[in-house]
Design a protein around this ligand. Sequence first.
Ligand code: ZN
Ligand code: ZN
Length: 353
Amino acid sequence: MKAAVYYGAEDIRCTQIPDPVIRADHELLVKVCATSMCGSDLHLYRGALDPIMEKGKSQTGHELIGEVVQVGKSVGNFRPGDRISMAYSASCGQCYMCQVGQTAHCETTQKAVYGFGIPFGNLNGTHAEALVIPYADAHAIKVPKEISDAAALTLSCNLPSAVIANRLADIQPGESVALVGCGPTGLMTLDISLHRGPGRVVVLDKVPHRLEVARQKGIVAIDVSVEGWKELALAETGGRGFDKVIEIVGYPETLQMCLDLVRPGGTVAAIGVFTDASFNLNLADVFLRDITLHMNGFANVQPYMWEALRMMERGVVNPQAYFSHTFALDDVDKAFATFHKKANGAMKILLQP
Ligand SMILES: [Zn+2]
Ligand SMILES: [Zn+2]
């Protein structure tokens, strides 16, 4: 079958690999109807994990809408023909970490993640014609036909992460909120935040077309590549700083932005995927200003997939609106390049096998 495989930095290609087969009773074989790309795939693309990737072998992709083809003997929740999505991290549902809701820290799968190669459990990826889902009962979900393929793709990662960001920030009515990063996940986070009755809301990014989407919602959108952005943002709070700040990017600079924007006693909720090993945290500053800093780690998506589904069904968020491009799986290299450069108004990108 066709699948996207990692060959090196900025070199992810569609290639032929052996068809996936079920090897354990808890597995599902799924035909991929559509898949998509996530900001975290860009860490892989730009070579951040290059030294630990198996070049020419590791598959990519962790966002899925698919159809069940074959069901392992012990799988109880699914039948052939079911339309499903799954959490990007494979969790067993049985171990201690799964039972306390830390599904991304599953002790059985050893924190396995789809589409990131050997360092993350050596699972297959969704950028393919088909894939195997282990422990399917624990982290796959049936998707109603009313939910479009594009919208359903956000169940694997982006939308539950946006739900988690809002839970961590715990926005109270009237509170001022700053969101650092307004890519697709940032915009979904914003949509949910706006339903929590905030006061002043500001988004910060440096990609003009993404800022424009926020602006069209009536939000103050600030370009951080323009000098004076910080003063401009803080002026929205009378210089005091924001009650709640949400980070949806994953770089030391963007985390520092959040610490610069939050008021004393405020909360920073960081759901970006961080791959840097060090950060020059000013402990005395965080201590003296009484800042609550939530680092989310790999998001525990599975427990929030139902909530994400409900939000789509009830119109709180319409993720389909954030898809800008569709590429054939054959052109996965072009899709990655477009997404990486944020070229041609790129937002979320759908891949069609
Ligand atoms: Zn993701
Ligand atoms: Zn587990």
